[in-house]
Design a binder for this molecule. Structure first.
Ligand code: S3P
Length: 182
């Protein structure tokens, strides 16, 4: 039985390919919450894919759209939501502080091997890898970003686990730490 009831938004962070969208959708279903993916919202706002936004307007433009969307959801809709954020959002201090102060943040921790296997299938809509050797860029991003992801309230290991196990582990963590986070 699920015993977790909180008004705070649950925010998922972690590397591209760590499963934020799939896990987010399933977690939302299980907790009877709405699910929002910040990448999809940024795309909708400009009617362009992430790659098209990067190509036409550059990364800075994407980041400012991403910031606006995340801020909007965290400050205006502080309830009943699971929000999956693009892998770069948590690196921004202002966003990270806002997320950590107002919501419950969860880092989906996937190893290099897990990420490589998933990302190697398709990097078409992952512009940070365009024009780069996947192996090298992936390693570089993991090295640069891990210290920020570690600042999330919770870390969930997603390596080699079925989605149902991951969701169960997230809910267990939330329930066990209810008093500290809610
Ligand atoms: C990015 C991750 C992507 C998307 C953009 C940049 C990043 O989202 O926001 O391509 O900097 O890690 P996902 O993590 O959902 O793939």
């Amino acid at each position: 039985m699920i015993n977790f009831h909180s008004k705070k938004i649950i925010v998922l962070t972690g590397m591209m390919g760590s499963g934020k969208s799939t896990i987010g959708k399933n977690l939302a279903l299980k907790l009877r919450r709405e699910f929002i993916d910040s990448d999809i919202e940024v795309s909708k706002a400009s009617a362009l894919s992430t790659s098209e936004i990067f190509d036409k307007f550059g990364e800075e433009y994407f980041r400012s759209g991403e910031k606006k969307i995340i801020k909007k959801y965290i400050s205006e809709r502080n309830e009943n939501l699971v929000l999956s954020t693009g892998g770069g959002a948590f690196l921004n201090k202002e966003l990270r502080d806002l997320i950590n102060n107002k919501s419950i943040s969860i880092w989906l921790n996937a190893s290099y091997n897990t990420l490589y296997k998933r990302l190697n299938k398709n990097t078409k809509n992952r512009p940070l890898f365009h024009g780069h050797e996947l192996k090298i860029k992936l390693q570089e991003l993991i090295e640069k970003r891990t210290k920020y992801y570690k600042l999330a309230h919770f870390e969930i290991d997603v390596n080699g686990l079925h989605i149902t196990e991951i969701i169960d582990n997230i809910i267990k963590q939330l329930e066990n730490n209810y008093n500290e986070i809610c």
